[in-house]
Write a protein that binds this ligand. Sequence first.
Ligand SMILES: Cc1cc2nc3c(=O)[nH]c(=O)nc-3n(C[C@H](O)[C@H](O)[C@H](O)COP(=O)(O)OP(=O)(O)OC[C@H]3O[C@@H](n4cnc5c(N)ncnc54)[C@H](O)[C@@H]3O)c2cc1C
Length: 526
Amino acid sequence: MVAPWPATVSGITRGRGVGDSVAQDGTANRELLLTVIHTPPDEGPGGDTCLARYHRAMRIVIIGGGPGGYEAALVAAELGADVTVVSDEGPGGACVLWDCVPSKTLLSSAQAFSTLETAPALGVHFQGVPRRSVPAYEVDLPTVMERVRDLAHAQSDDIRKRLLAEGAGFVLGTGRIADPHTVEVTDGGQVVERLDCDAILIATGSDPRRLATAPTDGEVILSSQDVYDLKEVPERLVVVGAGATGAEYATAFLRFGSQVTFVVSRDRVLPAEDEDAALVIEEVFRRRGLETVKRARAVRVERAGDGGVVHLEDGRTVEGTHVLLTIGQVPQTGGLGLDEVGVRLNDRGGVVVDGVSRTSVPNIYAAGDVTGKLMLASVAAMQGRIAMWHLLGQAVSPLRWDAVAATIFTDPQIATVGLSEQRAAKADIPVLVEKLPLSSNSRAKMASLRDGFVKLLARPGSGTIVGGAVVAGYASDLIAPVSTACFNRLTASQLSQAFQIYPSFAGSIQECARLLAGRVQGDYRY
Ligand SMILES: Cc1cc2nc3c(=O)[nH]c(=O)nc-3n(C[C@H](O)[C@H](O)[C@H](O)COP(=O)(O)OP(=O)(O)OC[C@H]3O[C@@H](n4cnc5c(N)ncnc54)[C@H](O)[C@@H]3O)c2cc1C
């Protein structure tokens, strides 16, 4: 006998599938279980799927419209939930409006100069310029920045249309959790809406870290978000902070003609990255005239005349016409009412979550930078999707932290996935490592590219790929087969047997995998 479908499914806080649907008081909801088991998966043409009808009653509010929030909303809408995104800026959040999209668009303009500079070596002759010489060029920064802004807004608009098309709601305003089933939306300090809900996803992202001793002014002392208001290319730019963001802006402004000084607290740039990769970038920076001040901890930054001065812990100073602070991001948890509802934070200020994005409050989830984990758009999106899959009863596995891929968009780019050689050594994990320089790749030779390499890591007994690094022009794309191998626990032999194009940069990944497969011990070699 098929049980009738309930008009509303009340009291369900976390529908985690047939196996453990629970009522709010924690007891198994037998009627619901029977209903889910007996309702056919699809009720025919034009009809709702069983899942969509089941979740129609589930009201979800997502606070924050970045990738952690909007990707979650798309999943929730697809599964039939009633989902609303509350965000204090346009869809796409900081990722689309301030961080990933603007910085990568800026770097696309910088890339044009790289192409220009390699052209003479490929036999392209510029009229009026001596053969084999690069013509003088300059960047029209206002045009570049206008393009950056236009692209960011266009991308945000695309996301807005997609959300609406999928049936998700979007409310512009600041969200605050009044209680675990109510989100208050304020505009200019006034409560404009109260949204009742069964579950909440916190996806409020992060803000640039600020230091009381280094106040930004948006003109000379800049945060990463101030860069896009620059009217002219800084003559002497001091970048404080040796991480990905600093390295990317240093790459762009070097190409635009700034004299760039990189102030780094460690003894190399990109200290958290694969050491070989960081050394390639350091060498490229050096060749392009970037000065690196190492083992230099900035303690104070202030304006001095028309420019800025960075005071270092050891008494040294570094001066520039502009100072860009790229000293990290902090989870954005302020004003959300987390304390009052019992959402726990860790000692770095991030919301504590488990592998399926649950917080310490049963019906509240969190995703993205606000969790203070790996601050990447792809991780935010995956945490958000996993939260919704879990909440809405899909089969779901915890996020695979061992297979996360990331790219630093320097020139060449550094893309990595999974375990690094340094981490393997530190954690005493035995790995086989194989590395091929890009200079041996036929496609790289044709394009006159020589900086970079492909590196793969595999377990010695099974040959399972556990990590990799690619340093090359389009490493962000080239890492894809390595990432797939790592995620699916393919062996070096399997990776080497998949077809790759000849000639191609990806051919080096195949060749590297082949060499690695030849070194695998044990019975799994072929
Ligand atoms: C300069 C820079 C470049 C980067 N480039 C890359 C890259 O190339 N690739 C990559 O993977 N990662 C990159 N990152 C990291 C990436 O931007 C973040 O990991 C990503 O944006 C996190 O997404 P999110 O959804 O957690 O938060 P966000 O994208 O920050 O979105 C959160 C949104 O919530 C809003 N919000 C906050 N509080 C409230 C509230 N109370 N009510 C309503 N709305 C609120 C915020 O204003 C924001 O719009 C970069 C970071 C920086 C700083």
